[in-house]
Ligand binder design. Sequence first.
Ligand SMILES: [Mg+2]
Length: 314
Amino acid sequence: MATAFPGEFAFIEWVKKDQPDNDSMLVGIGDDCAVLAPSSRATLVTTDMLMEGSCFRLAEAGPYRVGRKAMAVNISDIAAMAGTPKTAFVSLGLPQSMSFEDAKELHRGLQSMAGEFGVVIAGGDTNTWDGGLTISVTLLGEVIGRGAVLRNGAKPGDWIFVTGPLGGSILGHHLDFTPRVDFARRLHEQVKLHAMIDISDGLAKDLHRIVTASGVGAELEAINIPITDDARRMSAQNGKTALEHALGDGEDFELAFTVSEEDGKQLLETYPPDRSTLRMIGRIVESGFWLLDGGHRHVLAPVGYEHHFGQSTE
Ligand SMILES: [Mg+2]
């Protein structure tokens, strides 16, 4: 039988026990603050909060996968800047009904995803309450080589790429994805990435953020947008097209980015479609947001997932 949750202090004591180290952490969990060594590179900071009912269902996903996702969504944001993730801070609102074993599993999930990317958990806060499970992760990272890749650098004539197939992540991918840290770093070392974003709210919506930040437009080619089998599966059931799923579903956690045409050609030689998931899906234009489909140019709506205030998530 699961043991009752013994309290925050016992949990923190347990978490402290086998914390790995890294070169940037001088003092980790257990003091009033963590102490981090200064870095010669600029620091990236991101934070993301997951809430039971909105971002996951604990009973379906289980605490281990939820822990992995909470860490992975933050690592994906560091990937979106072509950076290296380093140090995480984890704040938990644990439901009073949660067992000690489930809390440990949650932490093991956070820890396992962190470990795969050399990230250490250097601190955080743990509370119990009578609401659902809430996990907030703050992640620090470092820029590499050419510096952080922002959203505002896309230029007319750029080619637009995505790092993998899109859509239907609700069938499981949203819990089990691998953040594209390594791919982003390799791309960033090879060519000059003009603008980049991780696809958390859907391709159309997230690409529209690049377009808006850069003051440009975009033209996507429907035939070149890579679609997951899960998007096809959902399409067969709900009547939405697989392309609509690829354009509008959230939580793919692939990267969308733009490069010059010349660099784009080079990338297609390095990552040919038969040996890579990288796809060229369109071009940056002066203005507008367009989808080329079957010889027609349609206005593309920046559809996607959005948190709405004052509405039930049920
Ligand atoms: Mg992001």
